[in-house]
Design a protein around this ligand. Structure first.
Ligand code: FES
Length: 336
C-alpha cells in the first residue's frame, strides 16, 4: 500500500552510514514493518537531544521496491535544532523509532512537462521523483543548485541517470541559479516541484505569483530548518501563562514552550500548516519567518508567527551582533 499521512511508528535498524558530500551523511535503514515509499514521501523519526525525544522529518531519497530498505540523507547543521548532530552520530546496528513512510509532497503523474528544482540537500526530496519521471518517459528538467559541487549530494549519480535533463548551478563556479530566468521558461501546463532553502523557495513562490502562474502547479516540501538569519538564542514571554522562556539556538520556540509546560497546538512542525501560529503583542528585535504558510505581506506585518520554525533575532548587522550577545531578542506572545 502507498504512503499516507497516518503515523505508524515502528523500530528501524541502521544498516549502513556513509558521508556522501560535504556534511551530508547517507543513512540506510531497515524498518521492522516495511511499507512502500512513493516519490516525495518522508519519515518522521525520534532524535534524542539532551535526554529529551524530539521529532524530526527526513525525505526518503531512495528505497527498495518492498520498502525493506529506506535511505535518508542528513545535512549536519550545527546551528539548527540539534537533530542533525544526533543523526550524524548514528552507526550501523543502532536502532531508531521511525514512522512508516508519510506523504504530503506527492508527484502528480500526467502533466505535459515538469521542472524539478532542488537546492542543496533538498535533492533528497526530489531525486526519486526524477527517477520516476525518467522511467515513465515524461518531459522533465531536473534543476539542481548548490554552493559547491562537493556539497551537492548524489551529483555524479544524477548526471549518469539524467544526462542532458539535469541542469546544474554552482555558486562558486559563477553559475548560480537565476530564479527569474528559470520561471521565464515555465510554459502552460508545467508543474514545478521544489525543495531547498527557504530563500530559494520564497524567491520562486514570489516570482510564481508575480507571473500569475497556476498556483496549483507549484508544489514544495519544506522541513523548516533554514531561515534568513542564523538562529540566535532569544526570549519568549507569555504573560497569560506567566511564562518567560529562553529559546536556545538548537531548540524551536514551540519545543521550548512545551518544555516549560505550555500546551501548544501544532501539526506539521515544518512551517506549512499554520496551526502553531501565535499572536505577537510586543517585539524587541525582528522575526525570522521560516514558514511557507504566510504571504510576504503577512510576514512584513510581523503580528503573528508560526512558532514551530520561526524565531526572533536581534539584527543582521555585525555591529548589532555584538549587542545581541548581551541583549537577546524578546518576543511577547499570546498562545494559540
Ligand atoms: S505546526 Fe504547522 S506551521 Fe507550525
Amino acid at each position: 500500500m502507498a504512503a499516507t499521512n497516518i503515523e505508524v511508528w515502528q523500530e528501524a535498524t541502521v544498516n549502513r552510514t556513509e558521508v556522501i558530500a560535504d556534511g551530508i551523511l547517507r543513512i540506510e535503514l531497515e524498518p521492522a514493518q516495511p511499507k512502500r515509499a512513493d516519490p516525495g514521501s518522508h519519515i518522521d523519526l525520534m532524535v534524542r537531544l539532551e535526554g529529551i525525544e524530539a521529532k524530526r522529518s527526513y525525505s526518503i531519497v531512495d528505497s527498495s521496491a518492498d520498502g525493506k530498505q529506506l535511505v535518508i540523507s542528513v545535512l549536519r547543521a550545527p546551528l539548527s535544532r540539534g537533530g542533525s548532530e544526533f543523526m550524524h552520530q548514528l552507526a550501523a546496528g543502532d536502532r531508531l523509532k521511525i514512522t512508516q513512510p508519510l506523504q504530503n509532497f506527492p508527484l502528480r503523474v500526467g502533466a505535459p512537462r515538469y521542472i524539478l528544482l532542488a537546492g542543496g540537500v533538498g535533492i533528497t526530496a526530489i531525486a526519486k521523483m526524477a527517477s520516476v519521471l525518467k522511467r515513465i518517459k515524461a518531459d522533465y528538467t531536473l534543476v539542481f543548485a548548490g554552493r559547491t559541487r562537493t556539497a551537492m549530494a548524489y551529483l555524479a549519480q544524477l548526471q549518469a541517470e539524467h544526462g542532458s535533463r539535469l541542469e546544474v548551478h554552482v555558486d562558486d563556479e559563477g553559475s548560480s541559479l537565476n530564479v527569474q530566468k528559470l520561471l521565464a521558461r515555465v510554459q502552460d501546463g508545467t508543474e514545478l516541484y521544489m525543495c531547498g532553502p527557504i530563500r530559494l523557495m520564497d524567491a520562486v513562490r514570489r516570482g510564481w505569483g508575480e507571473r500569475e502562474l497556476d498556483p496549483s502547479a507549484l508544489r514544495y516540501e519544506t522541513f523548516g530548518n533554514s531561515g534568513w538569519h542564523d538562529p540566535e538564542e532569544f526570549i519568549v514571554r507569555v504573560p497569560q501563562l506567566d511564562l518567560e522562556v529562553r529559546v536556545p539556538q538548537g531548540r524551536s520556540m514551540l519545543e521550548a514552550l512545551q518544555d516549560a509546560g505550555a500546551e501548544m497546538m501544532y501539526d506539521c512542525r515544518k512551517g506549512e500548516c499554520g496551526l502553531c501560529e501565535v499572536r505577537i503583542t510586543e517585539l524587541t528585535g525582528r522575526i525570522d519567518h521560516r514558514d511557507v504558510f504566510y504571504s510576504e505581506r503577512q510576514k512584513r506585518q510581523a503580528s503573528k508567527m508560526n512558532c514551530c520554525v520561526s524565531r526572533a533575532v536581534t539584527s543582521e548587522t555585525g555591529a548589532q551582533q555584538d549587542a545581541r550577545r548581551s541583549s537577546p531578542a524578546v518576543v511577547t506572545i499570546e498562545p494559540n
